[in-house]
Write a protein that binds this ligand. Structure first.
Ligand code: ADP
Ligand code: MG
Ligand code: ZN
Length: 494
């Protein structure tokens, strides 16, 4: 029987706040253990939580951008379980109603058609601390710096059908949330991590199969590997006549395998109940309206706008893909650059520099103003392609002024006809044998002369005009001596 995979994701994204969800402790990563803690986030008796307003705004913003309904009032509940890194003995989470319901994100399905991956809900919750198992000393240590860090959990409907679709969805979601400023999204610091629920069912069947839940994946690649492994593992269980068990799995990235952590029988009963220490979280209509205004343009609108300003589709997509690139591009255009030129300079020169040096576009010393002026020098023909490249390297490193550099370095392109004519005559006079070949019909020799002229000009001659003038000079009847050009054919070669 042919089986098809069914996948639903639960994504935890750490909200981009300076302080924790219910206290004023910093959320910074990497501080010495147990230094960013207080009575609230260590669960001391009598300590009362206070809601972080910015966390609430960021959660609502995520919902707006994903087309969810944002509830004006949502409630916090205690999700009870016992684990050493959970000082309260419960996680503060949202059960019913959560801050956001519904919504979705469109991806390309495996057959290329557009596919909406629907969201079930987005809720807010706090993170747990960390257990550090010191095997050498045979002890476990607890660091509560992370306890109380604000998270949103985004739960999808089981609409995903393959590892590729899951990874595309996650990358798109990650990009969107980072662009919105909802999360910093640093995967290696656990700021964006995902549980994968996966089952198989006979192709076309409406009833879902029994699922495995792979916990806590923090790399797109591992998500892909874990899903592919689990599809073939479950497939093998079914084809040998066995039963897939509902269990919680861990992905061992070294061996590329999933392993069972616990089965359904051992599953938690969280005994959710309303958290009596917190009032409902409120998102007023005014706040919602303000957040809606702050939303960046959605990617479809941005694409249409870029195409409308004369960019090729490939260019537009690349600019939309790179973090910060669209803002930079827009700023270049505001500063007076022609859109297509700004795009090509960004894609060919600027963004590769940024990537290599690990700076984000808007942080670079090579600001949009300078880029607009460089684009102007390229558009006016003052600078040829090679010189633009040379200059942009200096501008990237030093943030230097392009007009000034052009003057200081004597880079500007020579398109003055008189000046070029002198060089053309000299190039021809210096190579009489090649000139004779050209005149005898070997057209290809022209590029030899263009090369000579470029050398005479220090690479600054405008190539098209140089070719035209050389043709004209070569068409003249030779009179035995160098033509009467400006240089008289005497100076030493550069
Ligand atoms: P829980 O919170 O117990 O993990 P939920 O019902 O909230 O369970 O579902 C969690 C995730 O699992 C959701 O993304 C949902 O789409 C997905 N899911 C539920 N049932 C299945 C199934 N049979 N196969 C694959 N994914 C599933
Ligand atoms: Mg789950
Ligand atoms: Zn605290």
């Amino acid at each position: 029987m042919e089986m098809e995979p069914v996948i639903g994701l639960e994504i935890h994204a750490q909200l981009n706040t300076r302080t924790k969800l219910f206290c004023a402790c910093p959320t910074e990563f990497g501080a010495p253990p147990n230094t960013n803690i207080c009575e609230v986030c260590t669960g001391q008796p009598g300590a009362l939580p206070r809601m972080n307003g910015r966390a609430l705004e960021l959660a609502a913003k995520a919902g707006l951008a994903l087309g969810s309904r944002v509830n004006e009032r949502s409630l916090f509940s205690r999700k009870n379980y016992f684990y050493p890194d959970l000082p309260n003995g419960f996680q503060t989470s949202q059960l019913d109603p959560p801050i956001c319901e519904g919504g979705g994100l469109e991806i390309a399905a495996d057959d290329g058609s557009p596919k909406l991956v629907r969201l079930n809900r987005i809720h807010m919750e706090d993170d747990a601390g960390k257990c550090i198992h010191d095997e050498a000393r045979g002890i476990s240590l607890i660091d509560l710096n992370r306890a109380g860090t604000p998270l949103i959990e985004i739960v999808t409907e089981p609409d995903i059908s393959s590892a590729r679709e899951a990874v595309e969805f996650l990358k798109k979601l990650h990009g969107l949330l980072v662009r919105l400023g909802v999360t910093r999204g640093r995967l290696e610091e656990g700021e964006f991590r995902c549980d994968v629920n996966i089952s198989l069912k006979p192709r076309g069947a409406s009833e879902l199969g029994v699922r495995g839940e792979i916990k806590n994946l923090n790399s797109f690649r591992f998500v892909g590997q874990a899903i592919d492994y689990e599809i073939s593992r479950q497939g093998a269980v079914y084809s040998s006549g066995g039963k897939v068990l509902q269990e919680t799995l861990h992905f061992d990235s070294v061996r590329g395998e999933t392993r069972s952590l616990r089965s359904k029988e051992e599953a938690h009963d969280y005994r959710y109940f309303p958290q009596p220490d917190l009032p409902p979280a409120e998102v007023s209509p005014d706040l919602l309206a303000r957040l809606r205004q702050e939303l960046p343009e959605n990617p479809e609108d941005a694409l249409a706008r870029l195409l409308g300003s004369g960019l090729k589709e490939e260019q537009a997509r690349l600019i939309l893909e790179r973090r910060g690139a669209l803002d930079y591009f827009d700023a270049c255009v505001v500063a007076g650059a022609a859109a297509p030129r700004a795009a090509s300079l960004m894609l060919e020169l600027f963004l590769p520099f940024c990537q290599k040096e690990g700076v984000s576009p808007l942080e670079s010393a090579f600001g949009p103003d300078l880029m607009a002026r460089l684009a102007g020098l390229a558009d006016s023909g003052t600078l040829g392609r090679r010189k633009v490249q040379e200059l942009s390297e200096r501008m990237f490193r030093e943030g230097a002024d392009p007009e000034k550099l052009t003057r200081d370095l004597g880079l500007s392109q020579i398109s003055d006809e008189g000046e070029l004519m002198g060089m053309a005559r000299r190039a021809v006079a210096e190579s009489p044998a090649e000139a004779a070949k050209y005149r005898a019909g070997q057209d290809k020799i022209l590029s030899f002369f263009v090369g000579r002229l470029m050398k005479l000009s220090g690479g600054r001659a405008e190539p098209r005009k140089a070719g035209e003038l050389l043709r004209a000079v070569l068409a003249e009847i030779p009179d035995g001596g160098p033509g009467g050009g400006a240089d008289g054919g005497e100076g030493a070669r550069p």
